[in-house]
Ligand binder design. Structure first.
Ligand code: GLN
Length: 615
């Protein structure tokens, strides 16, 4: 029976004031929360990490969202960092930034892209966040004399946060504002030290929410040693035991494997884990992650989840058919033939590690599908590039160049040489964040002749610090405390510019930022007089956010102080990337510019109003 949560107005920690009455149960919930209304799908890995839990959970969430259900994912990280901002991309892949400025794990990018939905800090939890809140509360005397314990205090905080997320649903309609299904992804694997309290909290949550409220999915791995040439289920069985020791009986088992899981292995797993065969699924490797939702559907995984959670009556089949069609078209275009071939050079310092640039990789993929182009990526580690000639050799034959974001001195001069190559040889170019800053420095050095032009990030004493940290401006924006400008900000677009062409005349767009340095306003006039155009600015302050070269001097040269890759979606590719790939195609095949897609994305003299036509 659904029942109301505790008094909302008291805030969850202050409920300890009557902790004697609460006894050993601590089950906090926010204002108006109705137990049993929101359902939970909890995905826990066993055997090993790196199985694609994020892709699995987001594909499953998408299937349910397509059926008209409201969904919200949350990733629970076991590490003690407060967020992912300080993590090295070599170890953890790229840092993904949300609209509200939270620096998160790259899995949140997967959720946003697959679900086509913006997330916030409510969708991400770390052990560091939870402990910090608990310890701060303890210092304020919030626990009123009680000893503060992993159970019930830490687990209580986790349950509270998950229920708070459940309260972010649509504000209208009979369901109130509760989300239909919250997808909880537990980082790491069952048995890890770090995530034990999350698993315990989820066990409690399932118990408190009642039967039929929670579906536990164990994502496991079936090994297939080359020397044996057959699948073995033992590691998966042991992993499942680990989970069951923690008091969790999985409802569904999803088996990651290289090849389809054999019936013999599925039967063993079913028998040892009390899960009927119809709920043991083979999630073997596929050519593309985009076919996973369809594969899940054809195996009946979504149907089983709906049955376990008793959600069949909330399904909107008309919405599902429509959404399914759109997605299948995308997936089949992805695997279908491509009319164009282009090579894109990406000049960064983590070239050896694709995960460090995961969102750029994805944004390029989205554009390739939309434009019917196969985009080969050539990664270049700029740490080894010390001359423009060297850049030219390494990037020989590329049709477009991206200089991505980054921090620190390594590889900087190499990036500047890559910008120079793109500018002089008229190769379509996109500079992102640090790449935008490198484009300004390159212009100052090689066009204005200020050989010492630099960013104060790399040379604090230079006379021509065209890029510098401007604390006053930060104060104006109210960004105190943290030293980075993070999250979504408005960008005012200059009419009749390349940026305006790409954003179809929008005067204001919203993009995501993550930077500390920016163009020093002192140099703006000189740079513009020399031909560089700042076509995107902060609406109130002198913060330059987009730069470009006029069509008369370059077919496509653009830089963004923001990170356009973070907002690209499979069904809505980001315009700055679309323009880049379209320009690359058009340079190789001029007739492309005359096609309907080409006319939309390739800016040419005919699509560009001249200065005269406007005066
Ligand atoms: N290091 C530069 C800055 O802090 C660029 C940051 C980035 O590329 N994300 O401004």
């Amino acid at each position: 029976m659904p029942q109301s949560g505790p008094d909302p107005n008291s805030g969850f920690l202050s409920q300890f004031s009557n902790s004697e009455e609460l006894g050993e149960h601590f089950s906090p919930a926010p204002a108006g929360y109705v137990r049993g209304r929101t359902r939970f799908v909890v995905v826990i890995g066993t055997v090993m990490s790196g199985l694609g839990k994020g892709i699995f959970s987001s594909s499953l969430a998408k299937l349910l969202k397509d059926k008209g259900l409201s969904v919200a994912p949350v990733k629970l990280e076991g590490y003690l960092n407060i967020d992912s901002g300080t993590l090295n991309p070599y170890r953890h892949g790229e840092v993904f930034v949300l609209d509200d400025g939270l620096e998160t794990d790259m899995d949140l990018g997967t959720y946003e892209r697959i679900l086509g939905q913006n997330l916030s800090r409510k969708n991400f939890m770390t052990a560091g966040q939870i402990y910090t809140e608990i310890l701060e509360c303890e210092r304020r005397g919030g626990y009123l004399g009680r000893d503060v314990q992993m159970i019930p205090h830490v687990t209580g905080a986790v349950k509270m946060k998950i229920r708070e997320l459940a309260m972010t649903g649509p504000t209208t309609g009979p369901k109130g504002k509760q989300i239909d299904v919250v997808f909880v992804e537990v980082g790491g694997t069952a048995g890890d030290y770090e995530n034990g309290f999350y698993i315990e909290a989820l066990r409690e949550l399932a118990f408190e929410e009642g039967d039929g409220s929670t579906c536990f999915v164990a994502l496991t791995y079936i090994i297939e040693p080359a020397i044996l040439g057959e699948q073995k289920s033992k590691a998966a069985q042991l992993g499942m035991k680990r989970l069951m020791e923690a008091g969790i009986q999985p409802h569904i088992i999803a088996c990651r494997a290289k090849n389809p899981v054999t019936p013999k292995v599925a039967q063993k797993i079913s028998m040892f884990s009390n899960v009927p065969m119809k709920r043991v699924f083979s999630m073997h490797d596929r050519d593309s992650i985009y076919v996973i939702p369809d594969a899940m559907r054809s195996e009946g995984l979504d149907r089983e989840i709906l049955s376990i959670l008793e959600l069949h009556d909330r399904v909107d089949t008309v919405a599902e058919d429509a959404a399914r069609k759109v997605w299948s078209t995308f997936a089949s275009r992805l695997s279908g033939p491509r009319d164009h071939q282009v090579t894109l050079g990406i000049s960064g310092k983590y070239a050896a590690l694709r995960d460090a640039y995961a969102s750029i990789d994805k944004a390029v993929e989205h554009c390739g599908v939309a434009l019917g182009a196969e985009v080969q990526i050539r990664w270049l580690d700029t740490s080894d590039v010390d001359t423009a000639e060297h850049a030219a050799t390494a990037l020989e034959g590329v049709n477009a160049i991206i200089v991505p974001g980054g921090f620190g001195t390594r590889g900087i001069e190499g990036k500047i040489h890559c910008v120079e190559l793109a500018r002089i040889q008229r190769i379509p170019f996109l500079g992102i964040c640090l790449g935008f800053q490198m484009a300004v420095i390159e212009y100052a050095r090689n066009v204005l002749g200020w050989k010492d032009a630099n960013s104060t990030e790399f040379d604090s004493k230079t006379k021509h610090a065209v890029i510098s940290e401007l604390p006053d401006q930060k104060k104006l924006e109210g960004i105190m405390g943290g030293t980075m400008r993070l999250g979504a900000q408005d960008v005012a677009i200059t009419p009749n510019s390349l940026a305006s062409f790409l954003f179809v005349g929008s005067k204001l767009v919203r993009e995501r930022f993550r930077h500390r340095y920016e163009v020093d306003p002192v140099f703006i006039d000189r740079l513009e007089e020399a031909g560089l155009v700042f076509s995107g600015r902060h609406p109130q302050h002198a913060i330059m956010q987009v730069l470009e070269l006029p069509l008369t001097s370059h077919p496509y040269f653009i830089g963004a102080q923001f990170h356009p890759e973070l907002t690209s979606r499979p069904l809505a590719p980001q315009p700055v990337f679309m323009g880049l790939i379209a320009a690359a195609i058009a340079q190789k095949e001029p007739s492309f510019a005359q096609t309907p897609t080409g006319r939309r994305w390739v800016r040419s003299a005919s699509t560009t109003p001249t200065a005269n036509s406007h005066s």
